[in-house]
Design a protein around this ligand. Structure first.
Ligand code: GLU
Length: 553
């Protein structure tokens, strides 16, 4: 009778290393007490998903706040779903968010002593461990064809039992070693399955760093660990890689919770200490009153690129994601207006489970705050970078008149309570249109929103008078006194109190006189500080605009 030892040799004749050798090659990390080793382990199957940004931000933050290590592993074992180059793109996108790995897979080559960090390059490691599992009888070759598996599934359906390769349905689990060897020698294709010792009627318990104790049915399925293409499945690769990369905290999407008993089953079989798990809640969306997961197909905001194309600062998105990660973040942010999230005392334990509802209004709120807190030079640089990719006209203006644009973006900025006009850089162009003559001409070609109750002849006079006599180059108070005085001459009230007491005595209120100037110059009743606008536009331009509008009345 042949032994498992012989079977292992037949399956993996070229594997000479042992698990012991791997343990030596990848020794325990020498890190300070409490330091966590975390990772982000995406599959290169497309764009950076908002949920993945969330997960990677958490992994990164945990490592940074504990003086640990954050690494990047490329999980490219599903060759059918792999999109060439998307792994590198993910790294680039993460880099825009400052989420750079300490070690891992990089386009220019691996960095770190625990590699390779790309799973397709780790075949020999997986085969070494699997050889050992076969040797000790905890893994075996399975010769089922897709048709055989289909038959099993159908019989399970008919018997109304759970699908899967377990118990009496695990067809090749109990073949004799001789039989296995004979089939291999006959050239029958095989995959390798893990031999579970689990019992479906028992429970597996583990402590999730976010959710506390979780109790699930034990795994009793003999999952595939090595596919026919020679690559491992996720389950096995996770166990093997996170063991030899010495990960201490697995932060991954909550969709992996049901598979955790499989992973713990394997850690037990190998006599390895399992890492801690933190299953990150999915980002949800309210859809007609129902909560559902952000969907790659239905929701543009499922892709991080959507926010970048809209011109949300990367920092704003991180700040927003941090606010859904830890509910005490908002209080912290209110007191730390620089929004430097690296200073936030993030706690994985405090992660909210029900807070991961995507809320664009909240993102806009944080984004306005972040943009308002961005120093002007940096803001100019960011807007220019955004415009370069997404707004040709704005970019041209930023290149040709940098000082003018700087002044515009700086309106009401340098103060304790700065203006919050922009939630995203795509808001800049529509907001500042009137500063450019050709745009302003288009705006004032339409009827302007002058107040109905004020005689057009008075509006015209106010414009002509301001065009002639309004002061420039003064402080705001002097300018405003001047506007007040000019309005007074035409019968506008010069104090709010007077107007309130006897409105019938005046052609309009104090603010009405200034508003006429605002409407003519900006084309709108809403604008930032008018005095700043007039000074930026300059005397000549303002007088010309006032006269031009007066002529149309
Ligand atoms: N490659 C897996 C995924 O993209 C990683 C899960 C994990 O972090 O372990 O879902």
């Amino acid at each position: 009778m042949a032994t498992n030892e012989e079977l292992a040799e037949l399956l993996f004749p070229d594997v000479k290393d042992s698990i012991e050798d791997l343990e030596k090659r990848y020794p325990a990390r020498n890190l300070p007490e409490g330091a966590q080793v975390t990772r982000f382990a995406p599959s290169p199957t497309g764009f950076l998903h908002t949920g993945s940004l969330f997960t990677s931000m958490i992994s990164y933050t945990v490592a940074k706040t504990t003086r640990g290590v954050y690494f990047f592993r490329l999980e490219d074992t599903d060759t059918k779903r792999t999109i060439e180059g998307s792994g590198d793109l993910l790294i680039e996108q993460l880099h825009e968010f400052g989420i750079d790995a300490d070690e891992g897979y990089f386009k220019e080559g691996d960095k770190g002593a625990y590699g390779p960090y790309k799973q397709s390059e780790r075949r020999q490691i997986y085969r070494t461990v699997i050889k050992e599992l076969v040797r000790i009888g905890r893994a075996y070759p399975d010769f089922c064809t897709p048709e055989d598996l289909d038959k099993i599934r159908k019989s399970q359906e008919a018997n109304k039992v759970l699908p899967g390769y377990y118990g009496i349905y695990a067809r090749d689990r109990n073949l004799s070693v001789d039989e296995r060897i004979a089939r291999i020698n006959a050239g029958t294709p095989w995959v390798i399955r893990f031999k579970s010792n689990g019992d479906h009627d028992r429970k597996t318990k583990f402590t999730d760093a976010i959710r506390g104790e979780i109790e699930l049915q034990d795994n009793d399925t003999d999952v595939v660990i090595l596919k026919s293409d020679g690559l491992p499945t996720y389950h096995f690769a996770h166990v093997c890689d996170d063991h030899f990369m010495r990960t201490t905290l697995i932060s991954r999407g909550e969709e992996w919770i049901p598979s955790t008993p499989i992973h713990l089953d394997m850690f037990r079989a190998l006599n390895w200490k399992a890492p801690k798990y933190a299953h990150i809640p999915s980002i949800m969306k309210l859809d007609h009153g129902n909560k559902r997961k952000l969907s790659k197909r239905k929701d543009p905001e499922a892709a991080v690129s959507y926010f970048l194309d809209e011109g949300y600062p990367t920092k704003a998105l991180l700040v927003y994601l941090m606010s859904i990660a830890n509910s005490n973040f908002e209080e912290w942010a209110a007191a730390n207006k620089s929004f430097d999230i690296s200073k936030f005392p993030f706690k994985i334990k405090k992660m909210s489970l029900d807070g991961a509802l995507f809320d664009i209004d909240k993102l806009n709120y944080f984004s306005k705050e972040v943009i308002a807190a961005t120093p002007i030079d940096e803001l100019c640089k960011e807007v220019k970078e955004y415009a370069k990719k997404h707004d040709e006209i704005l970019y041209k203006r930023m290149v040709e008149m940098p000082e003018y644009l700087r002044k515009i973006l700086n309106i009401e900025k340098d103060r304790k309570n700065p203006r919050k006009d922009y939630a995203k850089y795509s808001d800049v162009s529509p907001n500042i249109r009137f500063f450019f003559k050709e745009e302003w001409e288009k705006m004032v070609a339409n009827p302007l929103p002058f107040k109905e109750g004020i005689d057009k002849a008075i509006v015209k006079q106010m414009l002509e008078l301001a065009a002639k006599e309004m002061v420039f180059g003064t402080d705001e108070n002097t300018w405003f006194s001047c506007v007040k005085e000019l309005g007074g001459r035409l019968g506008f009230a010069t104090s709010n109190k007077d107007y309130k007491e006897n409105p019938e005595k005046f052609v309009g209120s104090l603010s009405d006189s200034a508003e006429i100037i605002r409407i003519a110059v900006t084309g709108s009743t809403q604008s930032p500080n008018l005095h700043e606008i007039l000074e930026i536009l300059g005397e000549e331009e303002v007088r010309a605009r006032l006269n031009a509008v007066a002529k149309t009345l």
